[in-house]
Design a protein around this ligand. Structure first.
Ligand code: ATP
Length: 374
């Protein structure tokens, strides 16, 4: 059963339709990320789940019970929905020490003192803050303050956790550490988690399911592998992936029963069994799925090396191909390539075709790693 269910939810701000009818089901215990560019409606959706924002119409259910319905007029207040939140600002009480910040809700709920103490100790241990419970928030680093906010969630033992860009105020190193901690905590607590971010790395690294949104509309919902390797449309293909996916204009032709792809002035035979109709397509190839050769090969397309950027474990190579800039990623450190003139080869095992409306065309080969295979 879904732990969270949104049915045909809309949200109007004045005359602006921020969410034009959204259906979303979030399975119990899953880590679901709402991902999309600024203004796509992620926060509004999260706040409607929380009850901090009232939808204009639709239904919201939590654990099978309705908490909002425009038909019956039902609206359950946020504090009665049994949810835990972390937002961009950690919202710690500056005048309370760490222990009080973590246990305030528990003492207000009149839990026995021994239970409160036990939960405080457990939460402090889980976020590795034991020993700092007597400090005020101002005496902690940004990362430690964030962990106090996480500890507060752990102590409350909510079965649903809502997080809105919780890592965006942290520096890059802390962000990476907290990603690991949040993922580990989710595994340990098993709470249904809805996480809002515009950062694709956070989404790819932590989620069971990513929901990619644009203009309040879900573009694709799937596990990180599906979202990265089988993007539903050009928006998802371009939004996910750094460096960005390469896009080429191509035309599929059939010559004597054989399908061929005309692309960048070259004609390439398409693998047998790829059920593509004739006509214009956009071809999407991720930078790691292009090979570079220093001499012509059968399916090679001539290109010129422009800029070589080593990033440590990988190197980003920017090439010019008939005036079009393309990016190739190689899994090793290179300061430069020996030759300026090279030939690139696209891997047909890792290629996506999009129709003129930008939707991915289902070819015969849909890739799934072993762990996601049926
Ligand atoms: P960000 O990543 O920048 O937080 P978001 O994807 O979370 O963006 P929302 O904050 O949900 O987007 O906003 C969705 C749309 O609704 C935007 O166009 C925004 O301008 C509008 N909006 C959000 N809150 C309000 C408000 N209180 N009043 C009017 N318009 C609003």
């Amino acid at each position: 059963m879904s732990e969270i269910k949104l049915s045909n939810i809309t949200k109007l701000y004045g005359s602006q339709l921020a969410v034009p009818g959204l259906d979303l089901e979030i399975p119990k215990g899953s880590f679901v990320t709402l991902l999309g560019p600024s203004g796509c409606g992620k926060t509004t959706t999260l706040r409607m789940i929380a009850g901090l924002e009232q939808p204009s119409s639709g239904e919201v259910s939590l654990a099978g019970k309705p908490v909002y319905s425009s038909t019956t007029g039902m609206f359950v207040a946020p504090e009665r929905r049994g949810l835990g939140f972390i937002f961009q600002s950690y919202a710690l009480w500056p005048n309370m020490k760490v222990d009080r910040n973590i246990t305030l809700a528990l003492t207000e709920a009149k839990l026995p003192a021994l239970t409160v103490k036990a939960r405080l100790q457990e939460a402090l241990e889980k976020v590795q803050l034991t020993g700092l419970e007597g400090r005020y928030p101002s005496e902690l680093s940004g990362g430690q303050q964030q962990r106090v906010a996480v500890a507060r969630l752990i102590a409350a033992r909510n079965s649903i956790l809502l997080m809105d860009e919780p890592l965006s105020n942290l520096d890059a190193k802390l962000r990476t550490e907290m990603r690991t901690e949040l993922k580990r905590l989710h595994r340990e607590l098993g709470a249904t988690t809805v996480y809002v971010t515009h950062d694709q790395v956070e989404a790819l690294t932590m989620s069971d399911i990513i929901v990619v949104m644009k203009d309040g509309i879900i573009q694709q919902q799937g596990n990180p592998y599906e979202i990265y390797h089988n993007p539903a449309n050009l928006f998802v293909a371009e939004f996910i992936g750094d460096p960005k996916i390469n896009l080429f204009s191509g035309v599929v032709k059939r010559v004597g029963g054989e399908a061929r792809l005309s692309l960048c002035g070259t004609e390439l035979p398409l693998p047998a069994g790829m059920n593509l109709s004739e006509g214009p397509v956009t071809v999407g190839v991720r930078p790691e799925n292009i090979a570079i050769h220093d001499r012509p090969t059968g399916a090679g397309i001539a290109a010129e090396v422009d800029v070589v950027q080593p990033t440590g474990s990988q190197t980003i190579i920017s090439l010019l191909l008939k005036g079009q800039r393309i990016t190739v990623l190689i899994p090793r450190f290179e300061n430069s390539l020996p030759k300026k003139n090279v030939w690139i080869e696209l891997s047909f095992d890792h290629i996506n075709f999009f129709d003129p409306a930008g939707r991915r065309i289902e070819t015969a080969q849909v890739r799934q790693p072993a762990s996601h295979a049926a």
